[in-house]
Design a protein around this ligand. Structure first.
Ligand code: HEM
Length: 117
């Protein structure tokens, strides 16, 4: 059970890496668009995160204030990806505020995950 939880945590981290990595590529290549890889990373992090939010395979209590905060931030990132890709389809570019918020909020969720105990 404990090993399975570690595998789900691994999948959760892959989701985070795909989302943040895809965003970082766009940030440095100057295009600053939204790609399908970002949505796939978010979906992977969300599914694995929800599985980890249930207390199985651990002998300590989960911090539900932290998990709830991460869930709200994830929903906001999902909304920004949706709005941003809609704008990208219409006008060919993503408003900078939306693009930068996606990366900052993703990094914030990773910081909350690792620093908030
Ligand atoms: C973009 C969104 C997210 C990012 C970047 C992210 C990042 C991370 C990272 C880096 C860890 C490893 C921390 C550690 O083990 O010390 C982690 C663990 C975890 N995350 Fe997320 N996460 C995200 C969304 C979510 C969501 C939506 C949920 C649940 C609703 C969630 C629930 C969890 C849980 C339960 C753990 C493991 C905590 C434990 O078992 O001690 N995450 N997350």
């Amino acid at each position: 059970m404990e090993t399975l939880r570690h595998i789900v945590l691994f999948v959760h981290l892959i989701g985070f890496a795909v989302l943040f990595g895809a965003w970082a590529v766009e940030a440095v290549n100057g295009h600053r668009g939204i790609t399908r890889l970002m949505s796939w990373g978010l979906a992977l992090a969300a599914v694995a995160g929800l599985a980890l939010a249930a207390p199985w395979g651990i002998d300590y209590d989960l911090n539900y204030a932290k998990i709830g905060t991460k869930l709200v931030i994830l929903i906001v990132i999902g909304a920004l990806l949706g709005i941003g890709s809609g704008r990208q389809r219409k006008s060919g570019s993503v408003p900078p505020g939306i693009f930068w918020s996606i990366g900052i909020l993703t990094a914030a969720n990773a910081a909350i995950a690792t620093i908030w105990r």
